[in-house]
Design a protein around this ligand. Structure first.
Ligand SMILES: Nc1nc2c(ncn2[C@@H]2O[C@H](COP(=O)(O)OP(=O)(O)O)[C@@H](O)[C@H]2O)c(=O)[nH]1
Ligand SMILES: [Mg+2]
Length: 264
């Protein structure tokens, strides 16, 4: 069982913890039935995820501001397209803000997405101030009675001081319009990235008060055991998971199904 957990990328400390708890419970109750041991393991895994499956509830705010953050290449911009598409299909009005002004191609990438799914976008030129793009977008969304504004941000290494400073500035500037902004800050995590992901999450959580996580690239070779590792250390709700690059590939996180897929 321990091998199985390790092969799913659960990580050494989390899997050792689970297995040693399992062994002491099985020993103390003198359990020998294999099925029953398996059931206890299943329960332990579910227990780690007890705060995890909480889909995002959108309050009526005009706009409800969602800030998307994460290191480079994890799937922030792609996920914004998926979220916007989903909300639009639910009949909500959506706008996106091209807050990644750091990478030249990022604004064009979001413009293409906005055109494809027919959702309005607010953008400025390359290297303009990200906080000012998002500030303008909030005002534009307000004047047009938009229900949900999703803002992209640039991604660099999580230990880059300027990067974190820029994200904090976005938060600060948005609070000038509404003290409760951003309503949600979602950290995007690539399920196939290695274990420095714990360090990443720690910094984002501490500096930005992350309120939700979306795991991307669960369609790849990664089985996503790292989700346990993160849920074990941080009580941050998992808002969605992504299983592909297309706009339809966004799913609510279902902990029971997920535990089953890990133990398969
Ligand atoms: N297979 C797969 N690829 C994804 C997923 N999400 C994003 N990608 C790809 O990952 C790459 C980086 O995505 P992007 O949104 O530009 O990342 P960003 O730098 O965080 O904005 C792109 O090639 C995406 O198509 C996913 O869930 N599955
Ligand atoms: Mg991007």
């Amino acid at each position: 069982m321990e091998n199985k957990l390790l092969l799913c990328d659960i990580g050494f400390d989390t899997s050792s913890k689970i297995i040693s708890e399992l062994i002491s419970e099985v020993d103390s109750k003198n359990i020998v039935d294999k099925e029953l041991i398996y059931k206890i393991l299943q329960k332990k895994l579910l227990n780690i995820l007890k705060y995890s499956d909480k889909p995002l509830i959108i309050k009526k705010k005009y706009p409800f501001l969602i800030l998307i953050v994460g290191v480079n290449g994890v799937g922030k911009t792609t996920t914004i397209g998926k979220l916007a598409w989903m909300y639009k299909n639910q009949g909500k009005s959506v706008m996106i803000a091209a807050g990644d002004t750091f990478r030249a191609a990022a604004i064009d990438q979001l413009k293409i997405i906005s055109k494809k799914i027919d959702v309005p976008i607010v953008s400025q030129h390359y290297r303009s101030d990200s906080a000012s793009v998002i500030f303008d977008a909030i005002n534009s969304a307000r004047s047009k009675n938009i229900e949900i504004l999703i803002a992209d941000t640039s991604g660099r290494l999580h230990n880059n001081k300027n990067f974190i400073f820029e994200l904090k500035k976005i938060v600060k500037v948005s609070k000038k319009i509404d003290i409760n902004f951003p309503d949600e800050i979602i950290l995007i995590i690539d399920s196939s990235s290695g274990h420095n992901v714990i360090e990443q999450t720690k910094i984002f959580y501490k500096e930005l008060n992350i309120t939700g996580i979306i795991f991307t690239k669960l369609d790849g070779s990664a089985k996503g055991g790292m989700i346990f590792n993160i849920s074990d250390k941080f009580n941050i709700p998992i808002r969605y998971v992504c299983l592909g690059e297309n706009k339809e590939d966004l799913y609510e996180f279902k902990k029971k199904d997920f535990v089953e897929s890990i133990l398969k």
